[in-house]
Design a protein around this ligand. Structure first.
Ligand SMILES: Nc1ncnc2c1ncn2[C@@H]1O[C@H](COP(=O)(O)OP(=O)(O)OP(=O)(O)O)[C@@H](O)[C@H]1O
Ligand SMILES: [Mg+2]
Length: 267
């Protein structure tokens, strides 16, 4: 069921003596919309994604998906990492169908799984074992496994970085198509500014230490977005400038004690 994401005044410390890993993050992603996150290594992108998925509890602030406050993971909030974690003893179609099996979806699950494999271009590999697939093919199986669950939220942590340009473009299109079709809220972390422009209706440029959203840029281009289209290079320049400013931004050491009053709303 479509459900937007809302993050309110989120703060997080892994270590109380360090600056916060994430500081005062507030952002919303409506159903069917996407947010791309970029920022230098270590700025907290994966941590934020894991928090939306309910895998890490923020020190303070809240995350809601639809009306539900995120307090732990749920099958309909789907996160996919850079490295596909497939079960080596199951063949490809069974890997894709596994979540449906856990969800108690019966006989139709193989057909659904095969349809999704078709969409990611891997129908002919259905009976193969993951070890007999290339890294990019394994990543596509993981994507099919995420999408087959009809998630309300899809969280992608650099999922396409190991793919060739053509496969990546196909999968970006496929993901955006399914996101729009099913009203999924998408958050995608990427190190590639072009990918951020293609995938993100909004693009969050993060700064590090403390990890903050330095700029939230509305994507002026409508889908489908392709490098070379009018306006694309301007968007890239704008993001590059914001990225540069975020890197130069002086970090303000804020300790957990100083920020203590706002932590009263913590989980
Ligand atoms: N479980 C943890 N315990 C302590 N510190 C952590 C933990 N996980 C992440 N960190 C620290 O939090 C910061 C943010 O890490 P995170 O993985 O979110 O960065 P990132 O933006 O995803 O980086 P990259 O682009 O390299 O993937 C880093 O300084 C990291 O060392
Ligand atoms: Mg990361």
């Amino acid at each position: 069921m479509p459900a937007g994401i809302r993050i309110d005044h989120l703060n997080h410390w892994f270590n109380r003596n360090d600056p916060p890993v994430l500081q005062d993050i507030s952002v919303a992603v409506p159903p069917g919309q996407s947010l791309a996150l970029v920022g230098e290594s270590g700025c907290g992108k994966s941590t934020l994604l894991n928090m939306i998925a309910g895998m890490i509890r923020p020190t303070a602030g809240s995350i809601h998906i639809g009306q539900t406050r995120v307090l732990g993971p749920r099958p309909e909030w789907n996160i996919m990492f850079q490295h596909a974690a497939l079960y080596p003893w199951l063949n490809v179609v069974d890997n894709v169908a596994l979540g449906l099996e856990f969800a108690g979806i019966g006989k139709a699950r193989r057909i659904t799984a095969m349809d999704m494999l078709d969409r990611v271009g891997l129908r002919d590999k259905a009976r193969s074992r993951p070890r007999d697939l290339s890294g990019g093919q394994q990543q596509r199986v993981a994507l099919a496994r995420s999408l087959v669950m009809s998630p309300s939220v899809l969280l992608l942590d650099e999922p396409f970085s190991a793919l060739d340009t053509f496969t990546r473009t196909d999968l970006q299109d496929e993901v955006l198509g399914i996101v729009a079709e099913q009203g999924i809220s998408l958050v995608q972390v990427t190190h590639d500014l072009d990918e951020a422009i293609i995938m993100g209706d909004r693009i969050g440029v993060m700064e590090r230490s403390p990890g903050r959203i330095h700029a939230l840029v509305d994507n002026r281009m409508t889908r489908p977005r392709r490098p070379g289209m009018p306006g694309f290079a301007d968007m890239r320049d704008e993001l590059l400038a914001a990225f540069g400013r975020a890197r130069r931004s002086p970090s303000t050491p804020v300790t957990s004690t100083e920020a203590a009053p706002s932590m009263a709303v913590g989980l």
